[in-house]
Design a protein around this ligand. Structure first.
Ligand SMILES: [Zn+2]
Length: 108
């Protein structure tokens, strides 16, 4: 512990996490110098996870009921709850989402 800051390394609090890193093969021992390194796959995932999430207004939720009009439409989470784009005056999500192509032989 230094300067009154709790050091989780000193009393083994990180041991379960470190054991999981070993068990999942996310850390590798470099036999040349005895140092530990994150595996390549762990480094790649960390790079993805370190990117900040998009702002809440950019995330579209499907299957929620709009708190304003009561319709089940694509919504965005706002201070008042899940609100569809029609109720907020934005261009509806359906106007810019391209439908997935249908598999040949299937009918609507
Ligand atoms: Zn609405």
């Amino acid at each position: 512990m230094r300067d009154g800051v709790h050091d989780p390394h000193s009393n083994g609090q990180l041991d379960p996490l470190l054991r999981e890193l070993l068990d999942f093969g996310l850390v590798e021992l470099d036999p040349s110098d005895g140092s530990w390194h994150l595996s390549e796959s762990a480094r790649q995932r960390l790079s993805l996870l370190a990117v900040p999430p998009p702002p809440a207004e950019k995330i579209v939720y499907f299957g929620h009921r709009c708190t304003s009009c009561g319709q089940i439409r694509p919504t965005r989470f706002r201070a008042e709850g899940y609100v569809c784009d029609e109720c907020t005056g934005r261009a509806p999500v359906a106007d810019w989402v391209e439908p997935l192509p249908r598999a040949p032989g299937l009918t609507a």
